[in-house]
Design a protein around this ligand. Structure first.
Ligand SMILES: Cc1ncc(COP(=O)(O)O)c(C=O)c1O
Length: 397
């Protein structure tokens, strides 16, 4: 088979431009590489973008989720409700806090947590709910916050995919008690590794700051500043979850481009929707009015009965055309550790299992040029036309 393109289109490769390269070099030359003025500037920039009272930079979204659990007082004996249709980090953070993750099935159409099932899963031990804004589509936060208020629960949003998302006029990051964002290399804003927690609760903000840096009462930059040396005191056996200035240097130039990039993400999303409309695949659920979708991941659902090939065969064949893809996700309940520890089986969460077997993410990034998008569209059509003839004509623009 001749690949449709010569070079490999890497899935999720970030768009890095000259200003962030220069800023990293400037940081390296500055003599201060660790947590310092650039992290503080990035926190303030992100805080203003979200509109929350506090934004705390951390080493990853996973770290942010763990710290959020601890700041909210989630611990042994507690239950935390979330969906198995997420990256394992969501559930690992619950386990690391000492609490028990209580998984409930997601909605099949959107892959989002189902509020009715949350209501049914609440027990006297439930302490928190962790909604995950999968692919950048905001969860039903009105229903989730209503349950949380009635049942006196903390809501910690996993917004790894949802930096730009808005739910019914409310910016994600400014809705619940704590929200965790990711700047991992494939995310809509990258810092290499990195994350941010936003909150409007000053007590949670203080705890995240202290717990995220060994439990020290003062961070290193303040201790070594030209105000004179300050002794620290340890007030908690904390973690090493701080972001470095080298990382913030990248984010400082990525974040201001976010709206421009979202326009491009929207444009690519529409191209794909139109190009794939006639194919025997399931496209992402249509938007609801009054929401901003962050367009983090564009997913197709490949059903062997309709396509003639499995999702994995589809990925393999796209790979042969030099198109990289991803799977978001094989549900948490299908991985050996959680199956064994919590006794989950695929049938416990039929929608999450159904999605796990069919979902594939195709490249979606402002780094893609028009010819990349055409290559992706053409490759998808070619692979499916071999497996399930005849395809409807048209669609390719
Ligand atoms: C839904 C979800 N939650 C959490 C994470 C963890 O983010 P990080 O890699 O920044 O720790 C990811 C990252 O892939 C994710 O997709």
């Amino acid at each position: 088979m001749h690949p449709l393109r010569e070079d490999f289109l890497t899935f999720g490769s970030p768009l890095i431009e000259t200003p962030e390269i220069n800023e990293v070099v400037d940081t390296l030359s500055s003599g201060w590489l660790g947590t310092g003025p650039k992290v503080a500037k990035f926190e303030e920039m992100f805080r203003q973008y979200i509109g929350a009272d506090h934004a705390l930079a951390v080493s990853s979204c996973t770290a942010g989720l763990h710290l959020s659990m601890l700041a909210a007082g989630v611990g042994p004996g507690d239950e935390v409700i979330t969906s198995p249709m997420t990256f394992v980090a969501t559930v690992n953070a619950i386990i690391h806090s000492g609490a028990k993750p209580v998984l409930i099935d997601c909605e099949r159409e959107t892959a989002l947590i189902d509020p009715q099932r949350i209501e049914d899963a609440v027990t006297p031990r439930t302490r928190a709910i962790v909604p995950v804004h999968m692919y950048g589509r905001p969860c039903n936060m009105a229903a989730i916050m209503d349950i949380a208020e009635r049942r006196n629960l903390i809501v910690i949003e996993d917004a790894a995919h949802a930096i730009e998302s808005v739910y019914k006029g409310d910016k994600v990051g400014n809705i619940s008690h704590l929200t965790c964002f990711s700047f991992y290399v494939t995310k809509n804003v990258v810092t290499g590794e990195g994350g941010m927690v936003t909150t409007n609760n000053p007590d949670f903000a203080d705890k995240i700051k202290v717990y995220g840096l060994h439990g020290l009462s003062k961070d290193a930059w303040k201790r070594f500043s030209d105000d004179g040396y300050k002794h620290y005191e340890v007030v908690y056996p904390g973690f090493k979850y701080n972001m470095m200035d080298i990382q913030a240097a990248i984010g400082l130039h990525q974040l201001p481009r976010i709206n421009k990039w979202l326009e491009r993400r929207n444009e690519i999303w529409q191209y794909y929707n139109e190009a794939f409309a006639g194919l025997p695949v399931t496209l992402p659920a249509p938007d609801e009015p009054d929401m901003v979708h962050a367009r983090h991941l564009y997913t197709l659902l490949i059903d062997q009965g309709r396509c003639g090939i499995t999702r994995d065969q589809f990925m393999q064949q796209l790979h042969q055309h030099n198109i990289g893809t991803g799977v978001h996700y094989v549900g948490v309940h299908l991985h050996p550790y959680y199956r064994q520890r919590f006794g989950h089986s695929p049938e416990d969460f039929p929608s999450a299992t159904w999605i796990s077997e069919r979902t594939v993410s195709i490249p979606l990034s402002p780094k893609l040029v028009d010819s990349d998008i055409e290559n992706v569209i053409e490759s998808v059509r070619k692979v499916l036309s071999h497996s399930c003839e005849p395809l409807k004509p048209a669609a390719l623009s």
